[in-house]
Design a protein around this ligand. Structure first.
Ligand code: NDP
Length: 391
């Protein structure tokens, strides 16, 4: 039997993290994977439980204030414990063959970069790495020598059907979008929705941030930028189509008129399993598509008036440079303000657009310090814009 692959999971307590551990179990558990590091943030008891069950070498909470609780929960287990930014760095730096990048938000960027630089294969769920650092992140993976394996279901779908030896014939990438819970809402109805209803996704079970991002379509906006960097396509080659059933996960169109699609049940474990076993395929217990019961597949054009995030993504792609990082940072701040009921649902895009306008001359980052500086400035400006709303 082959040696187990050494795997670290950044964000193991989240939706992608727990699904990853389930896929690991389905693929053979300790016979297939040796778990090196697991990280979480506030959910310390789950993290400790996961670390013990997987016999991890290191467990890290991103939050210093949860260090002693984690230490106590793991006392006597022999599992090393760390906390904070340095703990996340250690989790990413420890020798593993593969790292699942599943921390939510820009907080995932620094540790994922560390893993990429040391040459680990990166199973990338954290799209913010590419949205924020773009080419710098891709270059870091290339320089490290590891592979970049997309986990986002749309990008994993494209990765599966993109014929690298037919690059010259690639015409377009078609990202599918469910349209989220407010697909049929009027602007007026959207004005009054709460975070709780926004987080109730019709097809997928996901973390809070991405669920609200599906409702605003900011998640799709981030995915357009992610697609540009992952597949080296121009903004004009990236299309979005609303497909409410979430059965076709995305498509690639070629110069002979062919369109290749990847289909499956809306279950992230398929994409996770693909990334974890690439170039082989795992055997997974996920629901199989029954075409005789799929009565229809619908498609419609996205409405950029009700979902301005898509227009903002195009703006960011056209302007280039740090505009994507700025959009992402402002949207993260706006998302938190929406969840805290300090601003309304439609205000999230207003905040992002206002900050993008203020920082439209931000230019291109030469190094990661400039990325982090633009991120911090965009967050500060977003907070001011939000303050202005409620004044
Ligand atoms: P969750 O919110 O479910 O989980 C996020 C993880 O990150 C948890 O482990 C959480 O810890 C940890 N975390 C939260 N804040 C911090 C922080 N400041 N520093 C370090 N760790 C932190 O998110 P998802 O699993 O839904 O999403 C993770 C990533 O994957 C996102 O980038 C998302 O866009 C992407 N993705 C998710 C999909 C999905 O189906 N969920 C689909 C495609 C992409 P704790 O829970 O302990 O607080």
């Amino acid at each position: 039997m082959a040696n187990p692959r050494r795997l670290s999971i950044l964000g193991s307590t989240g939706s992608i993290g727990t699904s990853t551990l389930d896929v690991v179990r389905q693929m053979g558990g300790r016979d297939a994977f040796e778990i090196v590091s697991l990280t979480g943030n506030g959910n310390v008891l789950l993290l400790a439980e996961q670390a013990k069950a997987a016999d991890a070498k290191l467990a890290v909470t991103a939050s210093e204030e949860h260090y002693s609780a984690l230490k106590e929960a793991l006392s006597g287990s022999g599992i090393a414990v760390a906390a904070g930014a340095s703990g996340l760095e250690e989790a990413a730096a420890r020798d593993s063959d593969l790292v699942m990048a599943a921390i939510v938000g820009t907080a995932g960027l620094a540790p994922t970069l560390t893993a990429a630089r040391r040459g680990a294969d990166i199973a990338l769920a954290n799209k913010e790495c590419l949205v924020t650092a773009g080419a710098l992140f891709v270059d870091a993976v290339k320089a490290g020598g590891g592979r970049l394996l997309p986990v986002d279901s749309e990008h994993n779908a494209i990765f599966q059907v993109l014929e690298e030896n037919q690059r010259h014939a690639l015409e377009r990438i078609i990202l599918t979008a469910s349209g989220g819970p407010f697909r049929t809402f009027t602007l007026d109805e959207m004005r009054h929705v709460t975070a709780e209803t926004a987080a109730r996704h019709p097809n997928w079970s996901m973390g809070m941030k991405i669920s609200v991002g599906s409702a605003t379509m900011f998640n799709k906006a981030l995915e357009m930028i992610e697609a540009k960097h992952l597949f080296d396509v121009s903004p004009e080659q990236i299309e979005v189509v609303v497909h409410p059933q979430s059965i076709i996960h995305s498509m690639v169109g070629y110069s002979d008129g062919s369109v290749l699609a990847q289909l499956g049940s809306p279950d992230m474990r398929t994409a996770i399993g693909h990334a974890l076993s690439f170039p082989k395929r795992a055997r997974l217990d996920v629901e199989r598509l029954d075409f005789t019961r799929l009565s229809r597949l619908d498609f419609e054009a996205p409405d950029e008036t009700r979902f301005p995030a898509l227009r903002l993504a195009r703006l960011a792609l056209t302007r280039g440079g740090l505009q994507s990082a700025v959009m992402n940072a402002a949207e993260e701040v706006a998302f938190k303000a929406f969840v805290d009921a300090r601003i309304g649902f439609l205000d999230m895009a207003r905040v992002a657009e206002a900050v993008m306008e203020e920082m439209r001359d931000a230019g291109k980052a030469r190094d990661m310090n400039e990325v982090f500086a633009a991120d911090a400035e965009a967050r500060a400006r977003a907070a001011e814009v939000i303050e202005g709303f409620s004044a």
